[in-house]
Write a protein that binds this ligand. Structure first.
Ligand code: ADP
Length: 342
């Protein structure tokens, strides 16, 4: 039985329990029989619930002995003054519910700020009492456009995430030439940088990846855009591809930018997780880029490795499993495709 079951007498002493109850509640069916359960499961909420005598709603409980575990408990009176205590592991469902709530709050917050700005200007314009000079009008419309662009980008990224989440597997798989992919990323990166960064591209072993062209381009493009956004002018962005000894492919974007403190690294792919909110906003970031990258890589059975040092730069590597690589997988000397100097 996947749920924990404990039989209690009228005084809430343990009469019997199953192995799941021993695991969830830390009690011992043999040794603890006859003991009051509230002496063994020590949580004030639990004691109050068991003793109250009215058990309409289940109790959600986090026990001190296992912070990770969230339990839903329910007492059902039965027989002659006996009670059945049922307990179910709802950790996953509870975590999902928290994530859902946080997500709605985050999206609302992200949309509210630009909407408030645009709404404020529109109210002033509709009111008509303040007359804007021509240059001020241009400024106001420019700001409104900037804010609506921001909302549009956010909605686009949300739609991308939602599409990635709702389709189970890759619908179209094509052969993607890594050399051409790198060249495309370099061209886009150079355009985004506008000459402010130095670019270096290395293709150690020409190969073909089998996967979704659009998804991988978007994921790798996000890594390149981040490297540019989080590297001050004059810095270097290096794109590279190599085959690891394991046979897996490694696509890396390394920069000499601001870097990331170790404590942030495990959380970077969470939606809306940003280290420096104002910097992300300045660069037009939505806080969803790395969440999209993680989704795309997972759909390709690939993983993301992040190495970084504050002030020294970062290295984001996508590890593509060897079974997704085809032909031309020969180890050759490092080859520089193209270097664009600022
Ligand atoms: P954003 O739209 O804010 O860039 P991302 O999901 O792409 O959102 O990235 C999340 C956060 O990770 C960023 O806000 C930034 O703090 C950090 N980050 C991502 N890439 C880099 C990088 N190359 N260098 C330093 N910090 C980075």
């Amino acid at each position: 039985m996947p749920d924990a079951v404990v039989i209690l007498d009228s005084e809430n002493h343990i009469e019997w329990c199953n192995p799941m109850a021993e695991r969830f509640l830390g009690i011992d069916g043999g040794k603890d029989a006859g003991q009051p359960i509230i002496n063994l499961v020590r949580a004030p909420d639990f004691a109050a619930y068991v003793q109250q005598g009215v058990y309409g709603e289940p109790l959600e409980l986090k026990l001190a002995r296992s912070e990770e575990l969230i339990l839903s408990l329910r007492v059902i009176p039965y027989g002659q003054d006996q009670k059945l205590l049922l307990c179910r592991d709802v950790t996953q469902a509870s975590r999902l519910e928290t994530m859902r709530r946080d997500f709605v709050a985050n999206v609302s917050h992200e949309l509210k700020t630009p909407l408030t700005v645009v709404n404020g200007f529109l109210e002033t314009l509709v009111d008509g009492r303040i007359k804007f000079t021509e240059s001020r009008s241009r400024e106001v419309f420019g700001t409104m456009q900037h804010q609506t662009d921001r909302m549009l980008r956010l909605v686009e990224d949300l739609l991308t995430l939602s599409t990635l989440e709702s389709s189970a597997g890759l619908s179209v798989e094509v052969e993607i030439d890594v050399g051409a992919l790198l060249q495309g990323l370099l061209d886009e990166g150079a355009a985004l940088s506008g000459g402010r960064h130095r670019f270096l591209v290395e293709c150690d072993a020409p190969a073909v990846i089998v996967g979704s062209d659009a998804e991988l381009r978007s994921a790798f493009g996000n890594l390149v855009a981040n490297a540019i956004h989080y590297t001050p002018p004059g810095g270097e962005v290096r794109l590279s591809w190599c085959i690891r000894d394991s046979g897996d492919g490694e696509f890396t974007v390394a920069d000499t930018g601001v870097g990331i403190e170790p404590r942030h690294i495990p959380r970077l792919t969470e939606r809306f997780y940003r280290i420096d909110h104002s910097r992300s906003r300045e660069t037009g970031g939505t806080g969803l880029g790395l969440a999209i990258v993680k989704h795309v890589l997972t759909r390709h059975q690939a993983t993301l490795e992040i190495l970084s040092e504050p002030g020294r730069g970062s290295r984001f590597s996508a590890i593509i499993p060897g079974r997704r690589l085809k032909s031309a997988v020969t180890r050759s000397q490092p080859r520089v495709l193209k270097v664009a100097l600022s």
